[in-house]
Ligand binder design. Structure first.
Ligand code: ATP
Ligand code: MG
Length: 692
């Protein structure tokens, strides 16, 4: 008997099914917008639709799936693959092939990089371009700023990082500089003319050096998409364009979609206006509001109301938080997941206690059967987990941190990547400058002379070979030239190249750093990553656009199959879910952040951020409120401890949604009166009075 395929679409509710089946098989599928709250299955629905389209005969090569991170793209294609597998396996027999990857799935930036590489010749771009990460871009901005004389005499001129943020904001919002300054950087308004000059020079420098920054990947793509000839051509590459987390796209990204698909055919986007948390990067919920009318035909709208993620009390607390928002997010979410107790609001003396309490709680939960990978600790800023990280290491609890200091920011990783970039694109001065100065005896002046020579020569290698270095650098220089010759010679096998670079670099590492051994392990990890990519070009682009997020802490990174705890900034936790979630520092000053209390809109965005954090939890949610916390400030003021109060977002009226717990001091409580955890924890009535 032929086994009957089990129907993976049977689990979908009516609205989800409508979204999955929307115009399937139609010659011209109409644009579709799914707006729904957290945990209502938006991402899940998108994944099912991908599978459904493929089952209906869509060519997987002609689907474009745009997500917030590569991780999200992988997860989603995997989910779609599982659905396909369940349907196909019984039909084609044991080894039924689902799909595991979609060729065009990734972030806007990585897909942009790929399209630009393919269309480079057509738009007058040299295809050996390299991509600057945020650090490189800031450095180039700083260098240009210096070159056009905006340093020194102009002491109050904005820092290079601020300049880059302003530039980026202008590009992504498509607003004029003056408007961006007024609305977002009012303290820089007086510099409008100078900034104009600076940005002009910055753009020239990028072009001269054949480098693109993150914004260019979107900008060039948007320009291609709106080009009367190229736009339709690029649009015709895809029958379906599916976008997750649409509330966090910016104007430029919306323009890319409309440019490619002016009639909205085959376009489906999903999002939640209550979770919009990237306005500081120019993202705007207007994109969701405008979507229905942005194409030459109106879009279909579907809303989802059932939450499948969280228990009723967690949902109730989250709903109460968002119901108090200034802007209405008219959504009613319901769930039938039974309660396992109220979310906890844990009042604690300070951050050190917070770290200890969270560790204990996490271990208890592990004892109770919740694996570490099913638990996450979330925080507003990457620096907030410092005390906790120490405590975790002390107790040997393995963890991986997302959204903090990136792998790419380590100087030794930058060094290795710079060698590869300098080989790929000899005109990229940031990379060249970095590499050359690794060679003993070569300083900024010599490096500059060499880069000038390279820029003028018809072939970079010849210029490098002909360059005269000081006698004491001769040996090291020759070793570098040999390496460079290898790397510049076409046809070399990848990833063998990275081994050459590694072997060349390790002695320098040894010479430059005391902790060379730990750093060498990172370099090894980088080399292994390189092995997963087909060419130097794609490796460089991928790693720049979507670097491994987990920092390899010096105690050694946990193995992938090991059980480990997740630490993440709230921003990086988007779209994910865990059985148990702890949110650190739920105090005014952290959420809302001191940096963001400028305007009502800023504060509302912080509210949505807390909403995102709370809605990651499936069964257990803990908001931790230290009574004192540590803030890092501008150098002049020095770091200090401040007394803090529970975040203003948890109003007295909302307290009924929480169980309040007071935690005085682990050590004293333990030594004086050994009590069961439950008794010590729930000094609830005291808490009520102390905090009102
Ligand atoms: P977010 O807004 O946080 O991104 P989301 O709307 O994308 O959330 P998903 O992550 O897709 O929600 O789904 C949340 C959880 O609910 C997942 O565990 C998913 O597997 C589950 N889920 C979604 N739809 C259903 C369904 N019809 N039946 C059972 N479980 C479902
Ligand atoms: Mg989602």
């Amino acid at each position: 008997a032929v086994p009957v395929p089990d129907d993976p679409f049977a689990s979908l509710n009516a609205e989800q099914r409508a979204a999955v089946e929307h115009d399937v098989g139609a010659a011209a599928p109409r644009p579709l917008l799914v707006v729904a709250g957290a945990g209502s299955g938006k991402t899940n629905t998108l994944a099912h639709r991908v599978a459904r389209l493929i089952l209906a005969g869509a060519d997987p090569q002609r689907l474009l799936l745009l997500t917030f991170s590569r991780r999200a793209a992988n997860e989603m294609t995997q989910r779609a693959g599982n659905v396909l597998h369940r349907v196909l396996q019984p039909i084609v027999g044991g080894g039924g092939q689902g799909i595991t990857t979609l060729p065009w799935a990734g972030t806007f930036h990585s897909i942009g990089a790929r399209l630009l590489r393919e269309f480079a010749g057509r738009i007058g771009l040299d295809e050996s371009f390299t991509i600057h990460d945020r650090g490189d871009s800031e450095d180039l901005m700083g260098m240009v700023r210096h070159e056009i004389g905006l340093t020194g005499t102009q002491k109050r001129f904005p820092l290079k990082g601020t300049c880059l943020s302003i530039y980026s904001r202008v590009v992504n919002s498509r607003d004029p500089l003056g408007v961006v300054l007024q609305s977002t950087f009012p303290w820089c308004c007086e510099w409008e003319d100078e900034l104009k000059r600076l940005f002009g020079a910055y753009v020239d420098a990028k072009q001269e050096q054949n480098v693109l920054d993150y914004d260019d990947l979107l900008l060039f793509w948007a320009e291609m998409a709106s080009d009367p000839e190229l736009g339709p051509e690029i649009g015709a590459l895809f029958d379906h364009v599916l976008v997750d987390e649409y509330q966090d796209t910016n104007r430029l990204q919306a323009a890319i979609i409309t440019g490619m698909k002016p009639d909205g055919q085959g376009v489906m986007v999903v999002g939640d206006d209550a979770q919009s948390i990237y306005s500081f990067r120019g993202a705007t919920v207007r994109n969701i509001l405008d979507f229905p009318g942005q194409f030459s035909q109106p879009a279909e709208l579907i809303t989802l109301e059932r939450n499948y993620r969280s228990t009723q009390p967690i949902l109730a607390a989250s709903n109460a938080l968002i119901a108090a928002a200034l802007e209405r997010h008219a959504k009613t979410l319901w769930t039938d997941k039974a309660a396992t107790g109220l979310p906890q609001l844990v009042l604690i003396p300070d951050e050190a206690e917070q770290a200890r309490w969270v560790c204990r709680r996490i271990l208890e939960q592990r004892e109770a059967g919740i694996k570490l990978t099913q638990q996450a600790v979330l925080f507003r800023a990457a620096s907030h987990s410092a005390a906790l990280e120490l405590e975790l290491m002390r107790r040997n609890i393995p963890f991986v941190k997302f959204g903090g200091l990136k792998f790419l920011e380590a100087s030794h990783i930058k060094d290795v990547l710079a060698v590869l970039r300098f080989a790929q694109n000899p005109n990229g001065r940031m990379a060249g400058f970095r590499v050359l100065q690794l060679i003993p005896g070569i300083g900024p002046a010599t490096a500059t002379r060499l880069l000038d020579a390279v820029a003028e020569a018809p072939e970079a290698l010849a210029a490098v070979e002909a360059f005269e270095v000081p006698a004491r650098s001769r040996g090291d220089w020759d070793a570098f030239v040999t390496l460079y010759r290898h790397l510049r010679t076409p046809g070399l096998r990848w990833p063998a190249d990275i081994e050459l670079v590694k072997n060349w670099y390790l002695p320098h590492l040894e010479r430059l750093h005391d902790d060379a051994q730990a750093r060498a392990a990172d370099v090894e990890q980088l080399a292994q990553l390189a092995g997963g990519h087909g060419s130097r070009e794609t490796f460089l682009a991928e790693i720049t656009l979507d670097p491994p997020e987990a920092t390899s802490d010096r105690a050694g990174p946990p193995l992938l199959d090991e059980d480990y705890l997740i630490l993440s900034t709230i921003h990086s936790s988007k779209g994910q879910e865990w059985t148990s979630v702890h949110v650190l520092n739920v105090v005014d000053g952290c959420i809302p952040s001191d940096m963001s209390t400028g305007s009502a809109e800023d504060i509302e965005e912080e509210r949505r951020l807390l909403y995102v954090a709370m809605t990651r939890a499936k069964e257990h949610l803990h908001l931790v409120v230290p009574n004192r916390f540590f803030i890092k400030q501008q150098a002049q003021m020095g770091d200090r401890h401040v007394y803090a109060a529970r975040t203003r977002f948890v109003t007295p009226a909302m307290l009924k949604h929480f169980e309040e717990c007071v935690w005085l001091n682990a050590e004293t409580a333990q030594s004086k009166k050994p009590m069961p955890e439950s008794v010590r924890m729930l000094v609830r009535d005291r808490a009520r009075n102390a905090w009102k």
